[in-house]
Write a protein that binds this ligand. Sequence first.
Ligand code: AMP
Length: 171
Amino acid sequence: MKNLKEYIREISDFPSEGIKYKDITPLLLDPEAVQETVAQFIKLLGDVKIDKVVGIESRGFFFGMLLAEKLKAGFVPIRKPGKLPYKIHAESYKLEYGTDILEIHQDAIKPGENVILHDDVLATGGTAKAACSLIEKMGGNIIQCNFLIELGFLNGREKIAEHEVRSLLSY
Ligand code: AMP
């Protein structure tokens, strides 16, 4: 079994001072490590049938899509404002300075569908919380929120504590 942490590159002070950015692109370069990552995500899930995997723009798209294909589920992108062309639902959430907005297509999730939320990194949890809120407003049943990386010291999982939160790598 590969140690996936070996494929995560840490960049200090990117995109701003004091941030230790977790760069997952070395992992994406290695097809065997990618396969191993998908297999580990699949292992986190039980037998329940998943209807949709929701990935958060943009780094949640990489493994979100692979996971959806493996689970024979649909893939749903959650995007930044103004990117989705059809009718949308929107959710705003607080950042350290100001607010941001996430959007989803109105026909992406049907009431009662089993949904997984996926992103690359769980940091403070604000983004994941807003995404969960969108899914639940549409009647989606969140089975699991999963992340490649969890920054445990930021306690992001507390913001989405009502859901099952799983991550492959913790820091
Ligand atoms: P948050 O809302 O604070 O949980 O931030 C989560 C979002 O910001 C995710 O979409 C991540 O891709 C990104 N992010 C936050 N912190 C980092 C980090 N240290 N390295 C890479 N991405 C990060």
